[in-house]
Design a protein around this ligand. Structure first.
Ligand SMILES: NC(=O)c1ccc[n+]([C@@H]2O[C@H](COP(=O)([O-])OP(=O)(O)OC[C@H]3O[C@@H](n4cnc5c(N)ncnc54)[C@H](OP(=O)(O)O)[C@@H]3O)[C@@H](O)[C@H]2O)c1
Length: 333
């Protein structure tokens, strides 16, 4: 079988991870990278992979004949614009992670994909993505709600969005935000209480901040704890550190999370508890690996006549796997 031909669209943390993940597959090959800053990407990847301007899509599609493009742009500004444009010319997969705007992204991708006879798998990473599937499975099996907790390890999970929000405050040079699950809240869910949590009941937020010399630390502290949505509802700790200390303590992009649901089965009320826990040493690399499996599924969906937008909920797991049916039947059932 010819290898599936894959383009990476947008080259940042996730794009880098997709390149490394593709190199570990045997059935897929990276045919090129497209970017708004091709010179920057060329400096990084050298001659190993062809790099083109993202906007020249007619040219690189004609040259490379890709089966699928893995869209690695940011969810806030890039994917809502790039997604509907790129799916006009190629099948796509993305990890759009703005939950509140997910229906809007689905419909924009669905329309553009259908009009051009392509398949678009959207919002597939770990959350949204694998966690979405686990939530839906738990609800389908037990009829209860499923809860998501993040930062179960002592180090907690690095939140890029909250770190960006801290860096946006005047007087802040650099910052990281680690999310921690509240252990008592996890235990309440495990006991089957199905609590009505407020956002601040489930997680606490730990901020490490490098401030400009002479900055008003009390003002920064106040702006952080009062920031609506991001920190105001949460128990938040703030530590001011030097850049060297931040660099030493905050290497990489660790994250982890738990989907947990608890209920009962049968008339006797037997307890039933399902949990799915993942621990990622690198959030963008993990997201990239999930994206690459879904790139495989996108190509298979398209080959089976799939047109329009899909989510992880629509994809048979066998489409994700590099293993054939006989191997799956013999060893993985
Ligand atoms: N669903 C999930 O579970 C999940 C998990 C993690 C992340 N994500 C999503 O993945 C998205 C991408 O994350 P990321 O960490 O890869 O973001 P990122 O590093 O900021 O990259 C985003 C885009 O910014 C541009 N860029 C990156 N580095 C640059 C630089 N040094 N100079 C100029 N431009 C640069 C690249 O576009 P060009 O190459 O076109 O310039 C790249 O595609 C996030 O926005 C998030 O929505 C989803």
């Amino acid at each position: 079988m010819a290898k599936m031909r894959v383009v990476i669209a947008g080259y940042g943390n996730v794009g880098r991870g997709v390149r490394q993940a593709l190199a570990r597959t045997e059935d897929m090959e990276l045919v090129g990278i497209v970017s708004r800053s091709p010179e920057r990407v060329r400096r990084e990847v050298g001659d190993a992979v062809p790099v083109r301007a993202l906007a020249d899509s007619a040219a690189w599609v004609a040259e490379w004949q890709p089966d699928v493009a893995v869209l690695c742009g940011g969810s806030k500004q890039d994917l809502p614009v790039q997604g509907p444009e790129l799916v006009k010319v190629v099948n796509t997969v993305d990890s759009f992670d703005n939950h509140s705007r997910l229906p809007e992204h689905f419909h924009a991708m669905d329309q553009a994909a259908r009009e051009n006879g392509h398949a678009a798998v959207i919002s597939t990473g770990w959350d949204p993505g694998v966690f979405s599937m686990e939530r839906v499975l738990a609800n389908a099996f037990l009829g209860v709600r499923a809860y998501g907790f993040y930062g179960m390890t002592p180090k907690g999970g690095l939140s890029m969005g909250h770190s960006d929000a801290l860096r946006g405050i005047e007087g802040v040079l650099d910052a990281r935000q680690y999310t921690h699950a509240v252990p008592e809240a996890v235990e309440r869910v495990r006991r089957g209480e199905n609590p009505d949590f407020q956002p601040g009941d489930m997680h606490t937020r730990e901020c490490l901040i490098v401030a400009e010399p002479g900055a008003d630390l009390d003002r920064i502290r106040k702006e952080v704890v009062e920031m609506p949505g991001y920190f105001a509802p949460y128990r938040t700790t703030i530590e001011f550190v030097t850049q060297e200390e931040l660099n030493a303590r905050c290497a990489g992009f660790p994250h982890d999370g738990l989907v947990v649901a608890a209920g009962t089965t049968g008339d006797a009320g037997n307890s039933a508890n399902v949990e799915y826990h993942c621990r990622w040493g690198s959030n963008p690399e993990a997201t990239a690996n999930i994206l690459v499996a879904h790139a495989r599924a996108t190509v298979r969906l398209a080959r089976h006549g799939g047109k329009g937008a899909y989510t992880i909920l629509d994809i048979p797991p066998a489409y994700l796997s590099p293993l054939d049916r006989e191997e799956l039947l013999a060893h993985w059932m």
